[in-house]
Write a protein that binds this ligand. Structure first.
Ligand SMILES: Nc1ncnc2c1ncn2[C@@H]1O[C@H](COP(=O)(O)OP(=O)(O)OP(=O)(O)O)[C@@H](O)[C@H]1O
Ligand SMILES: [Mg+2]
Length: 426
């Protein structure tokens, strides 16, 4: 037993009540560089000044009085003794990680004679453990980076989807507008001619009627008067011009809609230009009017806006998303306010509604791609995420305020001029 104890790969030290060394094995001798004869009778604290004296003393006292075991592991205290590690693989003199135990050693009379302290080399376990932790952290960081990438990808895909959709709608709208423009053009000019011809025809009939009393042939005269009455000539004369005027108004509206469609799709410009945002708002409102008119009264509170450097068609898309959202938030009847104004070098366009409002837990998710509270099939959840990206591209920002049950306001802030390359927005 003596020889096993001497050679075991574990430090074993026996201490008396005064913490003086009574025994120590090879492990201790090799690692401390001191033989048994050098240390017996000396205080542990004199031999190892690095020991946390108070702490070790407390452990030893507790073993002596309570007769219990005390431990310390490398995770709490990596090194109690300044031993260096002797791992053959690295060969480097790193510090040895240690697990230590204090336990009482009894005499036959059951009184405590010694405290035994064992020191186990835990460097191998510790190294593996630490390596694992490091790898785990690396993995975690990689995972987060991947999540960020996926989010970016989703956003890009969402924007692509929506801008493809918008491009298709824009092209369709522009095509339809162009097709309608031709027939509307000639109907318009024909109506003009028609009006003057009809007027001349009536002048002619008036001339005949004026001379009617001069007719000698009473029977002939009576026939003509009879025909006048049968055709309700007086009504015809009054109504024909009303019809023509109404048709002209109808045509003017068609022309307006065609113009709005063209403005909205901005077929001619996808570049940065100085744009009158009020015009963009008006044409967008007309394009989505169908979604809005049965539900909401629209109140425009426009301030003075300078022309703003932007890509008009893209901002129209933002206005459209906000106005349609506002209309959707109104269940049966409500109001949508369109407000604009300036502050310093910035302009704002606000779309405010008194609709259902937004629950606070949804507020921070609004701009995520595919976030929608609408039933499957009626909302893709892309409107706001795309709007956000467009406004960011313009170096602007979108603010949202909402009170559930009261309404919502989305405010788009844009710098009047785009900052030049490498410059911050004002
Ligand atoms: N004015 C508003 N009032 C109340 N809720 C709103 C308003 N605007 C947006 N929301 C909420 O934000 C969600 C996301 O809006 P977003 O425009 O991104 O997607 P969507 O309208 O659901 O779908 P779509 O892609 O067709 O626009 C909506 O589903 C709705 O819950
Ligand atoms: Mg929407």
């Amino acid at each position: 037993m003596e020889s096993v104890l001497q050679q075991i790969n574990l430090g074993v030290v026996l201490l008396d009540h005064e913490c003086r060394v009574v025994y120590w094995n090879d492990f201790m001798a090799i690692n401390s560089g001191r033989s048994v004869t050098e240390v017996v009778g000396q205080s542990l604290f004199d031999l190892f000044p690095e020991l946390p004296r108070l702490w070790v003393k407390k452990k030893i006292d507790s073993v002596l009085t309570l007769q219990n075991l005390a431990f310390t592991s490398w995770q709490q205290r990596p090194q109690l003794f300044n031993f260096s590690d002797s791992r053959p693989i690295t060969g480097q003199g790193e510090a040895m990680y240690q697990n230590c135990t204090f336990f009482p050693v009894m005499e036959a009379s059951a009184t405590i004679k010694y405290v035994c302290l064992t020191v186990a080399d835990a460097t191998e376990t510790a190294a593996q453990h630490l390596e694992l932790t490091r790898l785990n952290e690396l993995l975690q960081a990689e995972k987060e980076q991947q999540a960020r990438l996926i989010r970016k990808l989703e956003e890009a895909q969402a924007q692509l989807l929506q801008s493809e959709k918008m491009a298709a709608i824009g092209q369709l709208a522009a095509g339809v507008a162009h097709e309608i423009n031709n027939p509307v053009g000639y109907v318009n000019s024909n109506i003009g001619s028609l009006e003057s011809y009809v007027k001349e025809l009536f002048d002619l009939i008036e001339a005949y009627n004026r001379d009617l009393p001069l007719l000698q042939d009473a029977a002939f005269r009576a026939r003509i008067e009879q025909a006048n009455r049968e055709q309700d000539y007086e009504f015809l004369r009054g109504d024909v011009f009303n019809l023509i005027r109404e048709s002209r108004e109808g045509l003017a509206r068609v022309k307006r809609i065609v113009q709005d469609l063209r403005d909205f799709s901005h077929v001619d410009s996808t570049d940065w230009q100085m744009v009158d945002l009020h015009r963009g708002l008006d044409s967008t409102l007309n394009v989505v009017w169908n979604e809005v008119k049965f539900k909401a009264e629209v109140i425009k509170q426009y301030g003075q806006l300078p022309d703003v450097e932007c890509i008009g068609s893209q901002l129209n898309q933002v206005f459209m998303n906000l106005i349609v959202n506002a209309a959707h938030a109104i269940e049966s009847s409500g109001t949508i306010w369109l407000e604009t104004g300036t502050r310093d070098e910035w302009v704002f366009v606000r779309v405010r509604d008194n609709g259902c409002g937004i629950a606070s837990e949804n507020l921070k998710r609004l701009f995520e791609p595919f976030f929608t509270t609408k039933p499957v099939g009626s909302g893709t959840g892309l409107g706001l995420s795309v709007s956000y990206n467009i406004v960011s591209k313009h170096h602007g920002r979108i603010e949202v305020e909402s009170e559930p049950g009261q309404g919502t306001a989305f405010t788009v802030w844009l710098p009047v001029r785009q900052p030049s390359e490498g410059q911050e927005a004002p």
